[in-house]
Design a protein around this ligand. Structure first.
Ligand code: NOJ
Ligand code: CA
Length: 598
């Protein structure tokens, strides 16, 4: 499909017309194959539970309204009690913050607002003391336009750095080709002094590095080693699939397929392999890679251990299955079948030996409860627990996004002026100011899908600004903080927080939930049901994705022999029955047994 005004309008309003989502002990004794997988020397990250901290919004320690490293340190006990083993922090480096740290101006410095290098060292030490590991973000597809490489790249005399980025002549006063940017209409910016255009797949303040230049790659590796030497245990590679560019940069036949095309650089796998060999000096360092532009088994190559590329794929299709291709900022109503399909594909991505991570939200997406659950007061907690049940029973490493453990929801944005996301502001200019889209249609999508929904400050308690800061928070706090906050959750034994805690323990006690076979046995579009199996162990995970009670038939010849966990307190399971009636948003994990067994 070509991007033009007419079919774009049809697409955006079709999204609007679709109906909104239905709202708005035993322990495992394991067969030897699984015992082997659980061996402590083997891939600690497979059985670990990760937690994503968006530093800017997590906890402010000095009242400037911006979360920081000392704020995170003050909450490590909270995270340890939740049961997490590892933390991924979004970029913590010096940056002009056009894209909240994904535009790095100095890879060896800590962003002043986040603290000092001494604070960072203390974070590592405090985490080690709690046996937790730290994963940092490596943004190497691009730098900030304030990075000294880019500044030198523009200087007339210093040609050495020119080739660190991708500069091209325009075609008779036009852009060098028709590449769109993820965050604006064109991926090219003209430099009036140099009289050339430079490539930026994201914001114009994020020029793409030229990975074909060996000096660029060496520079990136040295920066990564600097942090590994400090005791970092994991690297999350941002936009890793776009680092290799197509020779000659030919225009795209179909610009709406730009994501797939940007991910097809011929040297991609060579560069990831080189990266692997140059920087993963120890086997216990884990590498996660953000996979953009690939689906299902196409992802397997990146995480096949024999190829020495990445350990864990971050499959963005787990989030983007309800967006029109090429338009991640438009949202279609949630359909369980689409979600299940995305999970099924992600399972295929692992292939025989690979590994992935399972997430229900992150800093680029809406809040999980508002996205796939039911954020209404009546069902918020039940649906947050249902999503947690799914997240913790996938054959993939769970990555909990900050605030999901207390069921935080989207912010009630009413106007474009409340958003800070520069990508959204660019799109407003491109689509609304230019008349391509009505403001209310734009806002409809932004309210449901924009990244700022998940970037509002973490809600710690019911004091002003939710206990996030004593100052003015950089982005407004969700007004529901008075009843949705961590303090409330800790004191309520029925909270989502305590439910997560229990799930994390179960995941450790029942390795079949991590390593066992996954089999989707769903039969309708309201109930999501799957089995996790190994040897004689068989567990059913069943979730009612609706506001109505739903019937569910157990697999033939099976009965429930044990409830591992369930999210509805008062619900009694009829052990002897073959048909279950699941209350609204019910979720549970059940051990199954053959009917014949006593
Ligand atoms: C993916 C990151 O998750 C997102 O926040 C960022 O804007 C882009 N990559 C560009 O770095
Ligand atoms: Ca601060």
């Amino acid at each position: 499909m070509k991007i033009n005004k007419l079919n774009f309008l049809a697409l955006a309003s079709a999204c609007l017309l679709w109906h909104p989502p239905v709202l708005a002990s035993h322990q495992d004794t394991q067969p030897s194959a699984i015992k082997q997988m659980m061996h402590p020397n083997r891939s600690w990250w497979k059985s670990a539970v990760f937690y994503q901290v968006y530093l800017r919004s997590f906890k402010d320690s000095n009242g400037d309204g911006i979360g920081d490293i000392n704020g995170l340190i003050s909450k490590l006990d909270y995270l340890q009690q939740l049961g997490v083993n590892a933390i991924w922090i979004n970029p913590h480096y010096e940056s002009p913050n056009k894209d909240n740290g994904y535009d790095i101006s100095d890879y060896r410095k800590v962003l002043k607002e986040f603290g000092t290098m001494a604070d960072f060292d203390r974070l590592i030490a405090e985490m080690k003391r709690r046996q937790m590991r730290l994963m940092i973000d490596i943004v190497a597809n691009h730098t900030s336009d304030q990075h000294h490489w880019f500044k030198s790249s523009q200087s007339q005399g210093n040609v050495q750095y020119r080739d660190f980025y991708i500069w091209r002549d325009g075609r008779s006063d036009q852009k060098p080709n028709n590449y769109p940017s993820f965050f604006s209409e064109t991926a090219w910016e003209y430099h009036p002094v140099i009289k050339k255009h430079y490539l930026h797949y994201y914001l114009k303040e994020q020029p793409d590095l030229n990975w074909d230049n060996p000096a660029v790659r060496q520079g990136v590796y040295q920066d990564i080693l600097f942090w590994l030497n400090k005791g970092v245990s994991g690297l999350r590679f941002d936009s890793i699939t776009t680092i290799s560019k197509k020779p000659g940069l030919p225009s795209l036949a179909d610009p709406s397929k730009f994501e797939e095309e940007y991910a097809k650089g011929p040297k991609l796998h060579d560069y990831i392999q080189e990266l692997h060999h140059r920087v993963y000096i120890r086997d216990d360092i884990v590498s996660f890679g953000e996979i953009v532009g690939y689906k299902g088994d196409e992802i397997a190559n990146f995480i096949d251990p024999k190829r020495h590329e990445l350990d864990v794929a971050i499959d963005t299709n787990l989030m983007f299955f309800d967006r029109p291709a090429g338009y991640q900022w438009l949202i279609k109503p949630f359909r369980l079948s689409d979600y299940r399909h995305a999970i099924e594909l992600s399972n295929r991505a692992r292939g025989q030996h690979g590994w992935t991570t399972f997430f229900i939200a992150n800093h680029d997406n809406p809040r999980a409860v508002s996205h796939y659950g039911d954020a209404s007061p009546r069902f918020r907690v039940a649906s947050a627990k249902a999503l947690a049940t799914i997240q913790m029973t996938q054959p993939a490493t769970p990555m909990i996004y900050q605030g999901d453990e207390i069921g935080m929801t989207n912010y009630p944005f009413q106007s474009i002026h409340e958003f800070q996301d520069q990508a959204l502001i660019n799109r407003w200019d491109n689509y609304v100011r230019s008349g391509k889209m009505a403001p209310n249609v734009f806002l409809y999508h932004a309210q449901r899908v924009n990244r700022d929904n998940s970037r509002t400050p973490m809600q710690w308690d019911h004091s002003p600004s939710a206990g996030f800061t004593t100052g003015v928070p950089w982005l407004t706090v969700n007004p529901n903080y008075r009843w949705v906050n961590a303090d409330q959750a800790i004191h309520d034994p029925q909270s989502t927080y305590h439910y997560y805690q229990k799930l994390i323990v179960l995941r450790q006690q029942y390795p079949t939930l991590i390593f066992g076979r996954y089999r989707d046995i769903t039969t309708d579009d309201h109930v999501f049901a799957y089995l996790r199996e190994s040897g004689a162990h068989q567990y059913l995970v069943v979730t009612n994705f609706s506001r109505q009670a739903q019937r569910f038939h157990l697999p033939a010849g099976k009965k429930i022999s044990q409830i591992l966990i369930a999210n509805n307190r008062a619900f009694q399971l009829p052990f002897a029955h073959h048909t279950l009636v699941l209350p609204a948003w019910h979720a549970g994990i059940y051990r199954l047994q053959s009917q014949a067994n006593p």
